[in-house]
Write a protein that binds this ligand. Structure first.
Ligand code: ZN
Length: 242
């Protein structure tokens, strides 16, 4: 038996027996952790709030035979106001689902962890629109996954793309292509949208909000990212209508 402590956020839970829950935690240093929270559904349980979706905390666990059990938890943040707004709750759950699709047991991912916390904080505590927030998340998520879209050169002919030309998004190739190389069915990307994406990637995961929000190509980035994750993101159907 071994006692360990993990700063982590709850990505998912499954109710178990009468009062227990199996938590799927995301730790920036340990990746995905499955941990049993015994008795957490009892109204007076000390683990009650730490066993909810979005709960961020320090989880003390003991490990035995490869299984983890939560013994105590200190809450850092619950992102509670998300629950008061159905649309923002759906957006937040979408972020958790995408994170879950990416994190692997035993594989640290500090960058994705910080990206998730930043975006959840903005979604919960700012009045920023959800669409550019999620678009920024998707762009940086792709970068974390090693599939950063190519935005400066045509993915077919490698020509340098200028700031002012009409470009298109080639989902299969993972980036922009020029007018000469584009084929039917590829999404046209406006000059402003291309600029928004380049700027968002260059300024890093915490500063992308500075560009005018209305240019964020959310639908395009969503199609791109969701086509590259292994399992369908079910909650995506509950996202607010644009
Ligand atoms: Zn080209």
């Amino acid at each position: 038996m071994r006692q360990t402590e993990h700063t982590a956020i709850v990505l998912r839970y499954a109710n178990y027996r009468d009062n227990d829950r199996m938590l799927t935690l995301f730790s920036p240093t340990r990746g995905r952790i499955e941990a049993l929270a015994r008795g957490c559904r009892r109204p007076k349980s000390a683990l009650l709030n730490a066993s909810e979706l979005f709960a961020l905390g320090d989880y003390e666990c003991y490990e035995r035979g490869g299984r983890m059990t939560v013994t105590s938890a200190t809450l850092i943040e619950t992102f509670y106001p998300l629950r008061a707004d159905f649309d923002r709750l759906a957006c937040g759950t979408y972020l958790l689902n995408l994170a879950e699709a990416a994190v692997q047991p035993g594989e640290p991912d500090q960058e994705l962890f910080m990206l998730l916390l930043h975006t959840l904080s903005r979604l919960t505590f700012s009045d920023q629109e959800w669409k550019p927030l999620l678009a920024g998340f998707l762009l940086h998520y792709a970068a974390c996954q090693g599939t950063k879209p190519r935005l400066n050169h045509c993915v077919h002919c490698s020509k340098r793309l200028t700031e002012t030309e009409q470009v298109y998004f080639d989902q299969a190739e993972g980036g922009l292509c020029c007018h000469d190389c584009h084929t039917q069915g590829q999404t046209a990307v406006s000059v402003a949208q291309a600029r928004w994406m380049r700027h968002a990637l260059e300024t890093g995961a915490s500063a992308w909000v500075n560009e005018p929000d209305r240019y964020a190509p959310f639908t395009l980035l969503r199609g791109f990212v969701e086509s590259r994750v292994d399992k369908p993101i079910r909650v995506a159907s509950m996202l607010p209508k644009e």
